[in-house]
Design a protein. Structure first.
Length: 255
């Protein structure tokens, strides 16, 4: 008699594809890993993007047809925001979740950030600038920003619209209404706004743990899939997290 594998759903970051998470999935063979392309990305790049909630609805519909029983969620950046929508809206029967690279603080000067997005998004048509954007986000393999033919995994307009959607979303509300045991992470070398927001929201969440990944940047889990797999498995198994994860307020190189 065989035991059915538990399902782990891995949700990728913005402007990338599900391919970026395959190295992590390969290190977790005892799980049934699903790595869907989020709307507007990867093989779904021509599907119009109109909001993160819509992306969450897509994933929920996919899981209804693919999965019978509870799932585990992992989301990086955009994938983290999608996972939070799934949890807050109770769209999937999730057992636990790991979310990395999201900010919970409401952005200041939103008008200026939207203006910056409007100016920069057309430049993402150029592969060289996509690679630069990946490096600035701490992704050591910038080729993850393009498909094998050098085309963007997401149209520039999609990147613009998802950036605007993130600026509109009240992440703190999503986290505080999340009923599922969750782990929220940030790399110690992410922008201050990301790491600081973890410390701000930690007292408001009773069913969550918050941690800083030592020496990690925004794309830490893509740069070190071995560590990502160890963290995921430890959290799912309710075991101590690897020593590379430190408490939010005590991260050794937390700025």
């Amino acid at each position: 008699m065989t035991t059915e594998k538990q399902t782990l759903v891995l949700l990728h970051g913005g402007a990338m594809s599900a391919n970026s998470l395959h190295p992590i999935a390969e290190r977790l063979p005892h799980f049934r890993c699903l790595t869907p392309d989020i709307r507007g990305h990867g093989r779904n790049r021509d599907v119009s993007f109109s909001g993160i909630g819509q992306c969450a609805g897509d994933i929920a519909s996919l899981l209804q047809g693919e999965v019978h029983g509870p799932v585990y969620l992992f989301g990086l950046s955009l994938g983290g925001y999608v996972a939070m929508h799934l949890l807050a809206d109770r769209k999937v029967p999730a057992m636990t979740a790991i979310v990395s690279g999201v900010t919970f603080s409401e952005p200041r000067m939103t008008w200026a950030l939207n203006a910056l997005v409007d100016v920069t998004y057309p430049l993402l048509c150029m592969e060289r600038l996509r690679k630069l954007a990946g490096r600035l986000a701490g992704i050591e393999n910038p080729s993850l920003m393009s498909d094998p033919d050098g085309r963007a995994w997401a149209h520039p307009e999609t990147v613009r619209d998802l950036a605007r959607a993130v600026l509109r979303t009240k992440q703190q509300d999503l986290a505080t209404t999340n009923p599922v045991r969750s782990l929220y992470l940030a790399g110690s070398r992410e922008p201050n706004g990301v790491t600081r927001s973890l410390a701000e929201i930690e007292p408001l969440c009773t069913n969550a743990h918050f941690g800083i990944v030592k020496s990690g940047r925004h794309g830490w889990c893509l740069n070190d899939p071995d560590l990502a797999a160890r963290i995921i498995e430890a959290w799912i198994r309710n075991q101590p997290l690897p020593s590379e994860v430190t408490p939010v307020k005590q991260g050794p190189d937390h700025r």
